[in-house]
Design a protein around this ligand. Structure first.
Ligand SMILES: Nc1ncnc2c1ncn2[C@@H]1O[C@H](COP(=O)(O)OP(=O)(O)OP(=O)(O)O)[C@@H](O)[C@H]1O
Length: 531
């Protein structure tokens, strides 16, 4: 359906067109007319289907740019808050709508100065919003529209108290919107208490996850996982990848290990400074990194273009988390692949996920060393071909002549391929501290039977609670349940193989431009439904 049929004004329709949107997505089509009328809405649709614009456009439509603060959007993570601010700013630019973002880990004085400019829409994370409320640097009495983005996350026990405190200061006569791809019934019941006769719009689809993502799993023992993963990289040749780990320590170690093996990788989690978090994300978006290793801090809402693969190095404890993690790929019509490692004792968790998503993951056999090497050489061959295309022979003609006089063509080609393939990289020892597998649980609960008790877990160690209470989170949305993070371990991706140029790096720019269309992603072995 065209946006022009949804009741939006010319100003916004022009902005939407500039933004490159042609047709409204189903969630936009169904919710925009209702929200324009002022109704409370729970909007549920698959990841990457445009929920931000679904709640953002009606808000922008009704904003009076001279009317001060009228809308509040609460986000679970800083990065998501920033992203939402940016999107609404762009869409509302022609209408001169002022959109500000406040989040933890950033200079509060700058935010206070910004707030003096009387924004119309405020996007924020709960902790920092509360901070501003306590300092009286923000007043919410003019709020007409309230959005809890990633609503189930916002209403889980880690955030609920903060949300309740914030909502006490927002007028009751407001429009409230909850949006998420997942909405467990127990959480929805909590949310409804903050709403007035809401309509639940659930974009019906057979599955909860988008069918644009091919979902695989690999059975693997804890100590084998790292090598299996890098072998999978060799055969799959992923272009832009997010790896999710369970703890901050895990994320640090994986990022470091990948760098040691020559990959351009960096980690992101809640113990890093906000500056570092933003730098890592910027580098990933800008092509300076090929692999982002993350805790669940990056699982919700982040919209990064062209992520081709999501790897769950650790299977998530709750099925909803899986939906959001793999939803970082397969967005806005693009295609993606996800792969989840599962230890033999964690298989019940996998089945729980499948019950929630109503989709089977396909089992995948770990590639052998030989298959991995073949994958590396294939990628290296493509890299060499690209180097040849871009080589200016005249520039190093004399040295080239010398080499040609000394060696035969095959030796030269093999040397070039070896340099590009770095077959020794797999030998670089990488030690990843073993994590205990998730506690066994009997008779999968299908994602519906967890108790959303009011225990507030904070950021402590949640392991071993057997999935009883929903996990607790603090600002930053980091679900890390254990400490042990090591700040600043991230190193420059080129260090280890530093004498090569970046374009010589097989994980480098070549692999990003290559556009291999998935052809080189295929050759890995699929053994159908062994479990
Ligand atoms: N009507 C549209 N046409 C084309 N692209 C769109 C449209 N609406 C949104 N998009 C784009 O689709 C991508 C995903 O949108 P968005 O981030 O809002 O998804 P989401 O449903 O909120 O996902 P998640 O559940 O992961 O938060 C964004 O890049 C956005 O700009």
């Amino acid at each position: 359906m065209k946006f022009s049929e949804l009741g939006l004004s010319e100003d916004l329709l022009t902005a939407i067109e500039k933004h490159g949107y042609v047709e409204a997505t189903p969630i936009q089509e169904e919710t925009i007319p209702l929200t324009l009328k002022g109704q409370d809405v729970i909007g549920q649709a698959q990841t990457g289907t445009g929920k931000t614009a679904a709640f953002g456009l009606p808000i922008l439509e009704n904003i009076d740019p001279d009317g001060g603060l009228q809308a509040l959007i609460i986000s679970p993570t800083r990065e998501l808050a920033i992203q939402t601010q940016e999107e609404l700013f762009k869409l509302g630019h022609d209408k001169h709508v002022k959109v500000q973002v406040v989040y933890g880990g950033a200079d509060i004085r700058k935010q206070i100065n910004g707030l003096k400019n009387r924004p119309n829409i405020l996007v924020g994370t709960p902790g920092r919003l509360l901070d501003h409320l306590n300092r009286k640097t923000v007043k919410l009495e003019g709020i007409k529209n309230l959005v809890l983005d990633e609503a189930d996350e916002m209403l889980n026990m880690g955030f609920l108290e903060d949300i309740e405190s914030i909502l006490k200061t927002v007028p009751d006569e407001r429009q409230t919107m909850l949006f998420s791809a997942t909405m467990p019934p127990a959480i929805k019941r909590i949310g409804v208490q903050f709403m007035h006769e809401p309509t639940h719009i659930k974009v019906e689809s057979k599955e909860l996850t988008t069918d644009l993502v091919d979902q695989y799993y690999v059975k693997s023992k804890e100590f084998e996982k790292f090598d299996v993963m890098t072998r999978l990289f060799d055969v799959q040749n992923p272009q832009l990848t997010i790896i999710f780990g369970r703890t901050k320590r895990r994320v640090d170690e994986l990022a470091k290990g990948l760098e040691m093996r020559g990959y351009r990788a960096a980690g992101i989690h809640g113990d890093l400074s906000q500056q570092m978090r933003m730098k890592v994300l910027r580098d990933f978006k800008g092509g300076q990194l090929d692999i982002l290793v993350a805790t669940d801090v990056a699982a919700r809402g982040l919209d990064i273009k062209d992520v081709t693969h999501v790897y769950n190095y650790d299977i998530p404890q709750d099925p909803e988390s899986y939906v959001h993690r793999i939803g970082r790929t397969g967005r806005a019509g693009a295609h993606g692949t996800s792969l989840t490692f599962v230890s033999p004792s964690e298989i019940d968790y996998l089945r729980d996920i499948e019950k929630l998503t109503k989709k089977r993951m396909l089992p995948l056999k770990p590639p052998t060393k030989e298959e991995a090497l073949a994958g590396r050489i294939k990628t290296a061959t493509e890299a060499v071909e690209s180097i040849i295309t871009n080589t200016n022979v005249d520039m190093i003609s004399d040295q080239a002549d010398e080499l040609v006089a000394k060696y035969d063509a095959k030796t030269l080609a093999a040397a070039l391929l070896t340099a590009a393939a770095k077959p020794d990289a797999e030998q670089v020892p990488v030690k990843i501290t073993p994590e205990r597998p998730l506690p066994r649980h009997k008779g999968g609960n299908g994602g519906g039977g967890r108790s959303y008790s009011r225990n507030r877990g904070g950021s402590g160690d949640r392991r071993g609670n057997g999935g009883g209470g929903y996990r607790g989170r603090r600002e930053g949305g980091d679900s890390d349940r254990r400490g042990g993070s090591r700040d600043g371990e991230r190193r420059n991706g080129e260090k280890r193989y530093g004498n090569g140029t970046r374009s010589n790096d097989r994980r480098g720019s070549q692999s990003r431009q290559g556009g291999n269309g998935g052809a080189s992603r295929r050759p890995f072995t699929i053994s159908e439904n062994k479990d």
